[in-house]
Design a protein. Structure first.
Lengths: 345, 345
DNA sequence: CGTTGGCACTCGGTAGAATCGAGTGCTAAC
DNA sequence: GTTAGCACTCGATTCTACCGAGTGCCAACG
């Protein structure tokens, strides 16, 4: 790749590219040379801008929707913009205050908190927001409880060190009395306390066959939970923004595809994880491998709990978005969320 | 209201109305007199159909989008159709089998089950589906557990008789050891076992002040949960269908409004509850009080667990929908869901 | 009297033509 | 290297003409 010259733009060309991006993000219309020359303090004429623009187009940063129209940024153009002009995030005061207020008053259960965080982030950015919960695999068992709901039906509950609660409804061949269930529960609790939830040891035989069957069934159930689920929960907020932004997308159907995509937790969670594993925080348009995201940009930031990577917050919007504002908002929210969870959790 | 003549249509007019509804639902185009006379075995000419149609229009069952176009059903027309021509639901074999298969293999935790049920119903009906979970207020406490996550931070967990688990993270002024927490837990468990979750008695003083503070905090936390949440959980599946149907809606923005509406659990849950309290199973267009639902129809069916009303499943789509198929699907799913929950729960 | 064929009329949708104007590329002058 | 000037391009907009499905009405029919 000719990335050496790709990342090198002389100062004026960079300024022009920046102007094109900013104007286009604001107006949604192709921006012409006069607009750039006029509204910016470049001190050069539109003809000069035109010359530079042809170069920028040849280099792949901007493009024309059709011959002799204004220019719009390409994905590469947005990329350059993000890499060079978004160093410090710009959040409006009102938004910064909204975030502060939210994390001032927030507590509740973890799930609710994450859910509401996604709605907050959506409000602040005006885009659809995603929050990926902490990975429960690292969590340890802190408590095990077995409750008989009906004769022959037992609910197994495991409380984890990160505040999550896992449960499974078991139907048993045997009908056990309270004492037996209690015995199984305390046996499992003693055995599993402190263990990682994804590596629960098998319960040893106790002598009572029915109890052993129950204990074994509980382990199998929890094992199934671990195996089946991608486990990190996904919370999506502000899906309605996807439609409000539909003008920015190619077709109206693409918005429908996006919505559908967002309903598949597994896909989204692994997508986010992949990006972050590669150290990517902003993924723009064709940089995404998923077809449906070709018109979209994703802005991510991990949050840390007690210094450890815990989960991710992010935003999904059209490539034509205000990257500075969005990146700033995502950064602040991820940071505050981590702080809150570190304090409370 | 002139409801006496409104519900009385002579046989041929009723057949014509039915034809208009069915054709319009299928083709999405205003249907003319020739189409009705030709494709139906009415045995009358288009002129006769035209005469009847003017009457049907005067009575408010159908309308013209503009002078001298075909007719489309009004909300009243759909209402007549629903009340007279949907007695037995018509489900295609493939769909019936999909439902059967789903409920054959389904188990998992209650939340997952309801969530997946909403997705199933959406797939089967091709519309957005809603599932309102059982009201947790009626559930009784079956187990209480307190787990120390960190020093000074305790997670309170209550297991309910319907298989739900409520939890709350508490920050305490005191740092309690395991024995104290355990004492509080067993005290609360003994006190609350069998009590309704929304009417937990206050814990009596035990002698140990720290334990009492903890017990009292737990009760306050659970009380807050009951008070704050509308509690019945709402699961929405297939939101992407809303956009696929956007042609049926007036504007594209209306779809965005709908999505936003669906994100407000409280509103939707109480809407559903209101409708059902009035014995309404199908609400069409202007029958809805909420402005955003003017172009929508809602089809609902309650499901029963052990004979008791438990929750609701439903579908949200454009007024121009196949009511027979939708009503059939909603009925089958609600019935099967109730059956499954009665068996397992 | 209900039903039917005939007929003039309406009006949204489509296609084509004309026009407008923002913006470009190029060239020559500074 | 920069700028003014100019011919050219092409999407967007407007206007016109026209088509045709469908209606309302009327007179004739069984």
């Amino acid at each position: 790749m000719g990335s050496t010259e790709a990342t090198d733009l002389d100062e004026r060309k960079a300024a022009i590219l920046r102007a094109v991006v900013e104007e286009y993000v604001e107006t949604a219309e192709p921006v012409g040379s006069q607009r750039v020359a006029g509204s910016r303090k470049l001190g050069v004429s539109s003809a000069t801008v035109r010359n530079d623009m042809t170069v920028l187009e040849r280099e792949g940063y901007i493009t024309q929707p059709y011959t002799s129209a204004g220019r719009i940024p390409t994905d590469l153009g947005y990329r350059y913009f993000v890499d060079h002009f978004t160093s410090e995030g710009a959040l409006r005061i009102a938004q910064r205050r909204a975030v502060a207020e939210f994390f001032e008053s927030a507590h509740r259960a973890l799930e609710d908190l994450l859910h509401e965080t996604s709605q907050l982030l959506s409000r602040v950015t005006d885009h659809t927001a995603m929050v990926v919960g902490p990975q429960p695999e690292v969590a340890q068992v802190r408590g095990v409880q077995l409750v008989t709901l009906h004769p022959g039906v037992v609910l197994a509950v495991a409380v984890l060190s990160n505040g999550a609660v896992e449960k499974y409804t078991l139907e048993l061949p045997d009908v056990l009395d309270e004492a037996q269930v209690g015995a199984a529960a305390s046996a499992l609790e003693g055995l599993w306390n402190g263990c990682a939830f994804n590596e629960l040891p098998e319960p040893p035989p106790s002598g009572d066959e029915a109890i052993d069957r129950l204990a074994y069934a509980v382990r199998a159930a929890f094992g199934e939970l671990v195996a089946e689920r991608p486990m990190e929960m996904l919370y999506v907020g502000g899906t309605s923004r996807l439609i409000a932004e539909h003008e920015s997308f190619a077709t109206a159907e693409s918005a429908a595809h996006l919505l559908e995509l967002l309903e598949h937790q597994v896909v989204v969670v692994s997508l986010v994880r992949n990006l972050l594993d590669q150290g990517v925080n902003v993924s723009i348009g064709s940089e995404n491998e998923i077809e449906e995201l070709r018109d979209c940009a994703i802005v991510l930031a991990p949050y840390r709990v007690e210094g450890e990577f815990a989960g991710t917050v992010g935003v999904l919007g059209p490539t034509r978005m205000d990257y500075r504002r969005t990146i700033g908002a995502v950064a602040v929210v991820s940071q505050q969320l981590g702080r809150l969870l570190t304090r409370v959790d």
